[in-house]
Design a protein. Structure first.
Length: 422
């Protein structure tokens, strides 16, 4: 098999299997044999065709999982997400050349599908019967969908009361067994790792390096859409840090292939109440200290991100930055993105809120080329959206509310005229 696992800490190599940590405790990542590959191959796959190459992940198969037989690929297909420019969002951020790549357009409504198609396909290759994950919502929805498609049993561990119904409903609908864990996502993550080891479950969180291989294609596809011309900045919400890790790996591989020369700076944006990675980066430390997370952005409500070691390396290698934004800043940015007709879940808007904060501080220049990654669909967390616009979201005073208006049927025409004047 032309791929192997390599420890990001000590460099020890392993044959790919179901163990995702080195004996030294470091995370493993997938390393492929060097390949000379013509990018015109992927260009040719942009024409309409069936699976797997109609997928925005498997179009780049030789860079994702070259040794996987095509018959084992589980795809819906995923990827092929659009890039949007909206003048209202650019003006709000203070950067003229700002675009948004919307990963909420994936089949289950989030970027998780890109990693899940690869990891579930690998689970089939290994003969797994049951797959498992811990989740704040999006991972569970994606895993449940791909497990069902592959005829695998799925088990989801969720923090009790800490998951948006829009996401929980997907896990239930696709047939995975849902186990509620007292505590936070980090408690659920600890338990699922213990259960996977003891019961032989195939773990599908981003600690699994095949997930990262799939998530790399966000960058491959973005640059492909741009004619392989990199932007100055790529801004991404940061929770468990799988995307930060994947983005850096993708850029390094494209440089090695000679497809790009310039490497964009990566900015990872955390919620103020769930910012252990920011504290590590800001303090210049070498070890991440976990914390109890609190944020309205449930998709990044993580206090002990498993991929921090990979992610800090990426931030340093790309001359990147880590920033924090408050829940109020997240929801205001979300209102701007939503109002532009694009729409996203709260965690996605952290990238736009972060870009605005970095632009205001002069870190991002007004004339620079910036891409904000939106990670999830608007309907993933409708309660947060409605709560914001109706003034019922705890601790947040909405600066851009759009509350429903009750129609006075006794003077309907006058009421509607007043509404239209507002």
């Amino acid at each position: 098999m032309p791929s192997k696992f390599k420890c990001v800490r000590c460099g020890r190599e392993y044959e790919p299997g179901s163990v995702f940590r080195c004996d030294c405790g470091g995370l493993l990542e997938v390393v492929h044999e060097p390949v000379k590959w013509d990018r015109h191959v992927v260009d040719s796959r942009l024409c309409p065709m069936g699976a797997p190459y109609s997928s925005g992940v498997w179009r780049y198969k030789e860079l994702i999982h070259p040794g996987l037989p095509a018959r084992l690929i589980v795809t819906r297909p995923e990827g092929n997400t659009n890039v949007y420019h909206r003048s209202a969002v650019s003006e709000y951020v203070g950067v003229g050349r700002l675009t948004m790549k919307h990963e909420g357009e994936n089949p289950t409504g989030s970027f998780k599908d890109r990693g899940m198609t690869v990891a579930v396909s690998e689970a089939l290759r290994q003969g797994a019967k049951t797959v498992a994950c811990a989740s704040t919502g999006n991972t569970s929805a994606s895993m449940a969908a791909y497990a069902a498609q592959a005829d695998l049993k799925g088990i989801v561990f969720i923090p009790e009361g800490e998951i948006a119904y829009g996401k929980l409903s997907q896990a239930l609908a696709y047939g995975s067994k849902v186990v509620q864990v007292p505590g936070s996502f980090d408690d659920a993550m600890r338990i699922v790792q213990e259960a996977s080891k003891e019961l032989g479950l195939y773990l599908l969180n981003s600690i699994n390096p095949w997930r990262i291989e799939g998530q790399k294609t966000i960058i491959f596809e973005l640059l492909h859409q741009r004619g392989w011309e990199p932007p100055d900045w790529i801004i991404v919400p940061a929770g468990n840090l799988g995307n930060t890790s994947a983005f850096g790996k993708a850029l390094a591989e494209l440089v090695e292939l000679g497809w790009i020369e310039k490497v964009p700076r990566i900015a990872s944006i955390q919620a103020e109440g769930a910012a252990p990675f920011y504290k590590l980066w800001k303090g210049g430390g070498e070890e991440l200290e976990s914390l109890h997370p609190e944020t309205v952005a449930t998709a990044i409500k993580i206090g002990n991100p498993v991929s921090w070691e990979k992610a800090i390396r990426v931030i340093r290698e790309t001359d990147g930055v880590v920033e924090v934004v408050s829940d109020a800043e997240i929801m205001e940015a979300k209102a701007v993105v939503d109002g532009s007709g694009v729409g996203c879940e709260p965690a996605s808007a952290a990238s736009v809120a972060g870009a605005r904060k970095l632009a205001a501080a002069g870190v991002i220049k007004p004339d620079e080329d910036v891409v904000c990654v939106l990670t999830g669909n608007l309907l993933k967390d409708p309660d947060a959206t409605v709560g914001y616009h109706t003034g019922k979201l705890k601790g947040i005073q909405a600066r851009r509310p759009n509350a429903p208006t009750r129609l006075d049927t006794t003077s309907m025409s006058a009421s509607l005229r007043r509404l239209l004047r507002e």
